[in-house]
Design a protein around this ligand. Sequence first.
Ligand SMILES: C[S@@+](CC[C@H](N)C(=O)[O-])C[C@H]1O[C@@H](n2cnc3c(N)ncnc32)[C@H](O)[C@@H]1O
Length: 227
Amino acid sequence: MTFMLDKVVPWGRSFTEYVDMFALSDDDLGKHILGCGDGPSSFNCICTRKGGHVVSIDPLYKFSAAEIQSRIKDTYAEIIEQTAKNKHEFVWNTISSVEQLGAVRMAAMNDFLSDYEQGRKQGCYIESQLPNLPFADRQFDIALSSHFLFLYSSQLSEEFHVESIYELCRVATEARIFPLLELGSKKSRHLQKIYDILQQAGFTVSIENVAYEFQKGGNEMMRVVVD
Ligand SMILES: C[S@@+](CC[C@H](N)C(=O)[O-])C[C@H]1O[C@@H](n2cnc3c(N)ncnc32)[C@H](O)[C@@H]1O
């Protein structure tokens, strides 16, 4: 599938949001982490600055910083407008307004942009996509998927989800996925089936409450451990 920048809406969360979404402890942050579909989030940049070891993959990384920045500029106002229209779908306590949301996201994306070209040269940002990753078995301790799996359940099939989660569990000893909601703040239509499939395949699967909720009802993470 060709990945066209003009179809992409680049939007990235912050390091702090990743820590809360995935309940990452200080011990976790010292491990080898793979971020799948990290887009223009600042998780990699800030974690690396703090001495961590993160590799991010995303089809978006075929583009230069200037191209991604220009696309952010083109789509930013539209995303903010859409969020304002659907304000009732979100919880406004940590982030208290649409304006603050814009500022938090923009700060995260600027951190990403300032790190991206150098990080790409060092292999921290790799152009790749689920369900096939260019890594060895168990190369990472933890694989994260933020706002990709489950969120796009109406576009991505159950089969795609299963293949992708198996792949995360091939390259890492543990996978964490957040949120478990699809767009529209409804529980993912694939969640129960995938939970059962993973359990039957012998993985230890749990659904855990986390200290992060922005989409209403989106305060749960799936943890899949490879025994
Ligand atoms: C909504 S953004 C989330 C960005 C970031 N994870 C965050 O939470 O801020 C979804 C990301 O998934 C990426 N993506 C699209 N198809 C993908 C695939 N097949 N495998 C991995 N990532 C993909 C997009 O390029 C985009 O950056």
